[in-house]
Design a protein around this ligand. Structure first.
Ligand code: NAP
Length: 294
């Protein structure tokens, strides 16, 4: 078994981006600028946004963190989104999810200008991706595609089984893997909570992707010998031995599954860092596109 080291791969990508940013700066061009909107005090969201800002600093992007308390109204949040849409100094921005219950996440996602939607969640980007047109690809699935590519795992002709059909992970993952394109061309089964015989489905997988949010759900008896296993899950479990008071748990029972598979992503250090690398790639792309339009 070989670990798919998302931390190392993401560090390589960040170094590549840093070089590009250095050459933009030395040729007098504007460097990419990412803004992030954070609403409320959700521990996970704060950690993710801080990691994104830190990654921006590392690669030399400008970044702006905009924080609101969770009492902000939907109108106020939408007005900030419109302001960022119109701000020519911002190449791309994200609204960290989840949002408080009184705010309609779909409405907020739809309000983001697709040309600044570096999370790749806007229906225009999802639609363009489905048609194979240039688009901002959703950060987590695209990060997984990049990880497979850099470890020379070609999905072509393979049976990929994805568990979880969310609009930010499972569903776009199924579209990316099944595209008629080099580095894709997989046969995909998209499973969810109503899938019958999930274990039998999983046992057919050459590449098995778990994006459920249930700690240690995927056990060794659900995995074919030699399969590639990608663990997207990041659940927080109380752990008094950690300074933070919690540990991150994946959807895969790592110890037993790693005995059986050929490649596996750890949690933490697998898909998470690749998501951030992918967000940076999208922001660099947004900057290049706006420079082309200037
Ligand atoms: P989500 O919106 O909660 O969707 C979960 C999916 O899992 C749903 O499609 C659900 O089916 C399916 N599911 C739940 N229980 C199941 C079961 N027993 N058998 C089969 N399918 C089942 O989740 P998400 O936003 O995609 O996130 C999934 C996990 O990935 C979470 O732990 C999240 O924190 C993590 N995540 C990590 C990253 C990263 O960068 N590492 C990024 C995004 C998300 P139904 O549709 O039928 O309800």
């Amino acid at each position: 078994m070989q670990k798919l080291d998302g931390r190392k791969t993401s560090a390589e990508i960040k170094d590549e981006i840093r070089e590009e940013v250095n050459s933009l700066r030395s040729s007098g061009k504007r460097v990419p600028h990412l803004a992030a909107i954070l609403v409320g005090e959700d521990g996970g969201s704060i950690t993710y946004v801080n990691a994104k800002v830190k990654a921006c600093d590392y690669v030399g992007f400008d970044s702006t963190l905009i924080k609101f308390n969770d009492e902000i109204s939907e109108e106020e949040l939408l007005s900030k989104v419109h302001e960022l849409n119109e701000d020519p100094s911002i190449d791309g921005f994200i609204v960290q999810l989840p949002l408080p219950k009184h705010i309609d996440e779909k409405k907020v996602t739809l309000a983001i200008n697709p040309s600044k939607d570096v999370d790749g969640f806007h229906p225009e980007n999802i639609g363009r991706m489905s048609l194979g047109l240039p688009a901002f690809l959703p950060a987590t699935p695209n990060g997984i595609m990049e990880l497979l590519k850099r470890y020379q795992i070609d999905p072509e002709g393979k049976h990929c089984v994805i568990i979880g059909r969310s609009s930010i992970v499972g569903t776009p993952m199924s579209l990316l893997l099944s595209r008629n394109k080099k580095g894709a061309n997989a046969t995909v089964s998209l499973c969810h909570s109503r899938t019958k015989n999930l274990k039998e489905m999983c046992l057919q997988a050459d590449i098995l992707i778990a994006a459920i949010g249930k700690p240690y759900f995927l056990k060794a008896d659900m995995v074919k010998e030699g399969a590639v296993v990608i663990d997207v899950g990041t659940s927080r479990l109380p752990d008094s031995s950690k300074k933070s008071g919690y540990k991150l748990a994946g959807d895969v029972a790592f110890d037993e599954v790693s005995e059986k598979c050929s490649f596996i992503t750890p949690v933490p250090g697998g898909v998470g860092p690749m998501t951030i690398a992918s967000l940076l790639q999208n922001t660099l792309l947004a900057n290049k596109r706006s420079a082309d339009n200037a």
